[in-house]
Structures are given as structure tokens and as C-alpha cells.
Design a protein around this ligand. Sequence first.
Ligand code: AMP
Ligand code: MN
Ligand code: MN
Ligand code: MN
Length: 276
Amino acid sequence: MPELYDLHCHSTASDGALSPAAIVLRAHQHGVTALALTDHDTTAGLSEAQASAEATGLKLIPGIELSTLWENQCFHIVGIGINPEHPPLAEATRNLQNTRTERAEKIADKLAKKRIPGAMEAVKKAAGDGMITRSHFADFLVSQHHVSTPQEAFDRYLAKGKPAYVATPWAELDLAVNWITESGGIAVLAHPLRYKLSANWMKRLLTAFKNAGGQGIEVITGRISSDEIRLAATLASRFELAGSTGSDFHCPDQWVELGRLAPLPGHIKPVWELLN
Ligand code: AMP
Ligand code: MN
Ligand code: MN
Ligand code: MN
């Protein structure tokens, strides 16, 4: 049977709809043979996912999606093949839980000033033990009929420049890359075309990322056109980065399905060849 890699997805440990065990089961049902669970800033779902992977026969690759800052802009770095117990990474994820809770309180305060009370209680309840993300706020705003879709919640309240946006002190990109690589993982720039960078800024970003020890870039991600795949593949070639592939699955029906991914272009070195 051919291998099918999906190296980016989310569970209830962050803003996904399915538990880690359910994600693994669903991935297996969709033909995925190797899955990286990459929750936002947390590795809390990995042990449950690992147990489920052993029961189903799928290979689980421990992962994370770290929120980072470079030149004051937020970039997502996926770590695959990490050791979640490596002390600097473990300490970072512990701290990130506080960072996210404090940020959520500030977002809730800003919403309250816009006469939308009760957000903190609602997102805490929705996130449970998991990380609170802006997706939880978006769902709350939909449920309270302040907006009709999560996208509208970002456009009107949560995105940069909107009334409930809170600048967050994420770690600098090179530090976050170090947490990943020193734990034995491979650092991958997530969804490179979503940042809307000019060619010159992209060059600067990828140079800084490589200098920090970054080794991969997502060439196939979620909803992506063939033109975008070509562009991402060009970046991988030009900057000598391995190519990764991941659905960024969060939730059935609203997102690209687990494992439903275009093949990596043949001339791109697959990032899984760097995993031991
Ligand atoms: P955050 O708490 O800032 O890490 O945001 C978590 C999630 O919000 C991301 O993983 C996306 O799923 C979602 N998100 C971020 N920006 C947008 C946007 N502009 N529109 C819709 N969803 C978004
Ligand atoms: Mn998300
Ligand atoms: Mn992301
Ligand atoms: Mn993601």
C-alpha cells in the first residue's frame, strides 16, 4: 500500500472539533498512513493520539504548530518528529498556555467594551483543557448571532486592525525553531502563501528561517490551487527546503478532509525523508 502523509491537523487540544483519538481514527479511515497531529502551541493531545495510532496501525508523528513572531508579524511554524518532553519545548508549551489564556482575557475585555459580554466564560467552556484560540471566539460570536460565519467574526472583530484584536507576545521565530530542532524535530514553515508577503519579504523570511535551522516548507496545504502549489514548490526549490504536505484539518465538512491532498511535485524533496 502506498504511504499517504498528512503532516498538519488539529484536535480538541487546540481548535479542532475532534478528539486526538477520533482524528487518528478518521485519518486512518481516509487512507492516511502517517499523520502528524499539530495543535496550536500544545502537545497535550499527542499521548492520546499515540495510543489510538497503536490500536489502528497508523504511524503517528508527534507534532505542534507554534505561533511565532518575525518582524512583528505572526508566522506559524509546524514542528514534526518533535520530542514533546524535551525540557525547553515542554517549558515553552507550558508558558504558551498562560500566554493564550491572558490573551483570551484581553480579547474578551475588548468584546465586552463593544457590548458583547460573556465571551471568556464561553470560550473557556468550549476549549475545556485545550488551548483557547481565536476560532473559539469566532464560534462564540456566531452562536450569539453577532455575525453569521466564523470568517465574518474575523473580518469584523478578531483580525489584525479590528476592535477585538490583541497583539500577542509570541516567541521570536528563531527561538521557536530552536525549540523544535533541539527536541529532534524538523521545523516547517506552515502555509507560506497565507501571509501575503511580497517576493522580497518572502526571501527575507525564508533566509531568516533557514538561518535559524528551518528545513521544510508546506508545498501542499488545505485549499490550494495548482498555481499556488507551483509557487510554493518554486520557493522550496529556490531556498533548498524540503516540501511538506498537510490538510490543516480542523473539523469535518468545513475544512479539507484528512489525507485529501494533491501529490508533492516530483522534483521536491519530501520532508518525511528527513525524519528518522
Ligand atoms: P489564533 O488563536 O490566533 O492562533 O487563531 C487560531 C485559528 O484562527 C487559526 O488556526 C485559524 O484556524 C483561524 N483564523 C486565523 N485567522 C483567520 C482569518 N482571518 N479568518 C478565518 N479564520 C482565521
Ligand atoms: Mn486553527
Ligand atoms: Mn496555521
Ligand atoms: Mn493549522
